[in-house]
Design a protein around this ligand. Structure first.
Ligand code: CP3
Length: 342
């Protein structure tokens, strides 16, 4: 069984001798070869140039025995394709070109059907990757959730308190819904393009799902995700990662996503026992562990694997993205522990 088959079997909740493994943000600053490329090309150049984006996507797979490649890109290519560009602040975090403040600005965003054309470089990158991986490794596409993208667009970038997006949600629901509908349509067009380009699964990043009040998670985020999942081919594997939403897991389990990716605050074995048997789980080591020592990583990885022994439908991953401070020998310890697990 090759990596791609193992990955798809885990999505389908079939029993396996060991879970497939990939790492959120596996191509990134902790890799010296990524930093070397970035010294020559900006992040946005790398994202927009298919040969570079494909090269960066494959960097972690050349170093480690991972089972899946994830497209090198960013969730913010969608706001950009709609007409609201982004850049990285020198002090860290994201700055959008402007802040979305009114209906006229939402009306002025490009229509959803402009997205596949404007993000054609993504389809081109995926075509290169598909050829290179030759069906041996799973190829993952991704995008942000409508809610998580709306936070960046309405806040005007990274945010601490998310006051603007929450105020919009509570004070002007028609405008909020107008924006979220637009994002939902754009994401459906984008994901259809990724599927046509041959991805094996798509991960939806609802990275800021946990900042809205629990009882409002449905109206603010989950209903839009459900619309996206419903619009995609039935049974196509969708992974939903919604950080900080442990109380909403059961609702997420019925949104149509085949896999729920959970953060480290969850006990994964309990999540596995609680969720319906046809929904797979992904996760959930604390990324900070990869900043410690190989012995600690080996111990905590084995502990998680042991807790999942005898269960089906588990994709091994972190509970969020790997940090730039992660140590290569710790990543190696994680990969060796998972791939030699008996
Ligand atoms: O997983 C992968 O390897 C695929 C690549 C990937 C990136 N961004 C590359 C990236 C993925 C899946 C993303 C998704 C993304 N982008 C999310 C959701 C995932 C999550 O972690 O919750 C979010 C919220 C973003 C927006 C974003 N892009 C942020 C907040 C940042 C960090 C800005 C900072 O302060 O540095 C980015 C930049 C980014 N995206 C980097 C990478 C490798 C670092 C850019 C660099 O090289 O400096």
């Amino acid at each position: 069984m090759n990596s791609r088959e193992r990955f798809l079997a885990a999505c389908a909740c079939q029993p396996l001798d060991r879970p497939p493994l990939w790492i959120m943000r596996q191509a990134g600053r902790y890799l010296p070869e990524y930093r070397a490329l970035k010294a020559r090309s900006s992040f946005l150049e790398m994202v927009r140039t298919p040969s570079l984006a494909a090269e960066v996507t494959l960097q972690p797979l050349h170093r480690f025995a991972l089972d899946a490649a994830i497209l090198f890109s960013d969730i913010l290519v969608i706001p950009e394709a709609l007409g609201q560009g982004y850049r990285f602040r020198d002090e860290g975090g994201i700055a959008m070109e402007f802040r979305l403040e009114n209906t006229a600005q939402i009306d002025a965003l490009a229509p959803a059907n402009a997205v596949p054309e404007r993000l054609r470089y993504v389809a081109d990158t995926l075509a290169l990757l598909k050829k290179e991986l030759a069906g041996n490794k799973a190829l993952l596409g991704f995008g942000g959730s409508p809610w998580t993208l709306a936070t960046y667009m309405v806040e005007g970038g990274s945010s601490e308190e998310f006051e603007r997006i929450k105020q919009l949600f509570y004070t002007d629901r028609p405008t909020f819904d107008q924006l979220l509908e637009k994002l939902t349509a754009a994401l459906i067009a984008y994901f259809r393009m990724q599927i046509a380009a041959g991805v094996d699964a798509i991960q939806i990043f609802d990275s800021w799902g946990g900042i809205i009040a629990g009882p409002d998670y449905e109206a603010a985020s989950l209903q839009w995700i459900r619309r996206i999942v419903t619009a995609l081919p039935r049974d196509f594997p969708i992974i939903l990662y919604a950080k900080g939403t442990a109380p909403q897991l059961m609702d997420q389990a019925f949104c149509g996503a085949r896999v729920l990716s959970v953060d480290w605050t969850n006990d994964l074995a309990i999540v596995r026992r609680t969720l319906p048997g046809n929904v797979a789980v992904q996760g959930n080591l604390d990324p900070v562990l990869l900043n410690t020592t190989p012995a600690i990583v080996q111990r905590e990885t084995a502990r998680l694997l042991e807790s999942m022994r005898g269960t089906a439908g588990h994709i091994f991953n972190l509970g969020h993205g790997i940090l730039p401070q992660a140590r290569l020998e710790c990543v190696e310890a994680l990969v060796t522990t998972v791939t030699t697990w008996k």
